[in-house]
Design a protein around this ligand. Structure first.
Ligand code: NAD
Ligand code: UFG
Length: 338
């Protein structure tokens, strides 16, 4: 019996595969490498001593994916595969709807056909839109502000409808807050293509001398120092949440939703300071105008995940920055080309 990990070569997927292998699970990765590289498999093997089975396949090609179900006894699925850049989704909405929605529909059709009816899905705090207050609980109203967020919300609804129609399904939806950091080995981490959109990959490149300075998007928010506040979570803590969520979905039919965050908010300037301390390198920054669509504060109430999944974040901001700095120093150009 194997767990299928779609998008298992990506940032969060690769860390989750490491955790799954380390508890002895059999893993099959399906990834089209559109935003990742095959050499991540070597790194996973170095860390765990095990090499996951890998299929280079696209979720949009249902025949290619059916081969994976035919050749393996897939018992459950952790579904990471998808596009994730907010700005790009505004510029190329059809590409986002097609990849994320059609890809998920193909996956679910195969899951139903082959009787693998347990799934953990990667959603995002973006489904809370402009939250009325913080901390954010799972029962807050849902809305979106861009096509990427819309795909996450649509997939949540698709999975919910599937559960109504088929009582054998068990679905855990994880709404991630801001995943950062890297494996403490320094062997796997986040490797964004081109200029990073997210704060931490940019900060680490400024400290490494790749970029001259960070643009801090706004210092006039209603927050303690005026800069945006987010709930940063160590990617290894996040990876471990998937193991608990999978266990829950195996035992509980129907769908449930969980915030995955620490419950603590840090401002952009607090992050800059924490990274400087962890790396021992300065991070130059300039205050710039607000980025359109950004909210002042976003952090989780993570109580439900603790109560029902028995999961809570264990690593602090120092761990996140230290592990990211180790990854950045060891892999200044990211992963080598395939
Ligand atoms: P990532 O881009 O590193 O990983 C996604 C993987 O999916 C990549 O390896 C990519 O090659 C693969 N993929 C994309 N489309 C595919 C397709 N059609 N068929 C097969 N493989 C495909 O992203 P990540 O940061 O690891 O995020 C994983 C999931 O978590 C995504 O669904 C993302 O939307 C979600 N998420 C991420 C964040 C974040 O900040 N990183 C926050 C919230 C939610
Ligand atoms: N920021 C800067 N400068 C930068 C990049 C970011 O000041 O160069 C600030 C932002 O304004 C924000 C904070 O750093 O205040 C975090 O920004 P990120 O882009 O790292 O993360 P976001 O919270 O904006 O977005 C993340 C994910 C999205 C997801 C969203 C909501 O990247 O996919 O959380 O969950 F939709």
């Amino acid at each position: 019996m194997s767990i299928l990990v779609t998008g298992g070569c990506g940032f969060i997927g690769s860390h989750t595969v490491v955790e799954l292998l380390s508890i002895g699970e059999d893993i099959v990765i399906l990834d089209n490498l559109s935003n990742s590289k095959e050499c991540v498999l070597d790194r996973i093997e170095t860390i765990t001593g095990k090499r996951p089975k890998f299929y280079k396949a696209d979720l949009l090609d249902i025949d290619e994916c059916e081969k994976v179900f035919k050749e393996n006894d897939i018992e459950s699925v952790i579904h990471f595969a998808g596009f994730k850049a907010v700005g790009e989704s505004v510029a190329k909405p059809m590409m986002y709807y097609h990849n994320n929605i059609t890809g998920t529909l193909n996956l679910c059709a195969l899951m139903s056909k082959y009787g693998a009816k347990t799934i953990v899905f990667s959603s995002s705090a973006t489904v809370y839109g402009m939250p009325k207050s913080v901390p954010i609980s799972e029962d807050f109203p849902l809305s979106t502000t861009n096509p990427y967020g819309e795909t996450k919300l649509m997939i949540e609804r698709i999975l919910s409808d599937i559960c109504v129609s088929d009582k054998e399904y068990g679905v855990s939806v994880l709404r991630y807050f801001n995943p950062i950091g890297a494996h403490e080995s320094g062997l796997i981490g986040e490797d964004p293509k081109g200029i990073p959109n997210n704060l931490l990959p940019y900060v680490s490149r400024v400290a490494a001398g790749i970029y001259e300075h960070l643009s801090v998007f706004g210092d006039d928010y209603d927050t303690p120092d005026g800069t945006g506040v987010r709930d940063y979570i160590h990617v290894v803590d996040l990876a471990k949440a998937h193991l608990c969520a999978l266990d829950y979905a195996r035992k509980n039919k129907g769908i449930d939703y969980f915030n995955v965050g620490t419950g603590n908010g840090y401002s952009v300037l607090e992050i800059v300071k924490a990274y400087e301390e962890a790396s021992g390198k300065p991070v130059k920054y300039k205050i710039s105008p607000r980025r359109p669509g950004d909210i002042a504060e976003c952090y989780a109430n993570p109580e439900k995940a603790y109560k029902l999944l028995g999961w809570k974040a264990e690593k602090g901001i120092e761990d996140m920055c230290r592990d990211l700095a180790r990854w950045q120093e060891g892999n200044p150009e990211g992963y080598p080309d395939n």
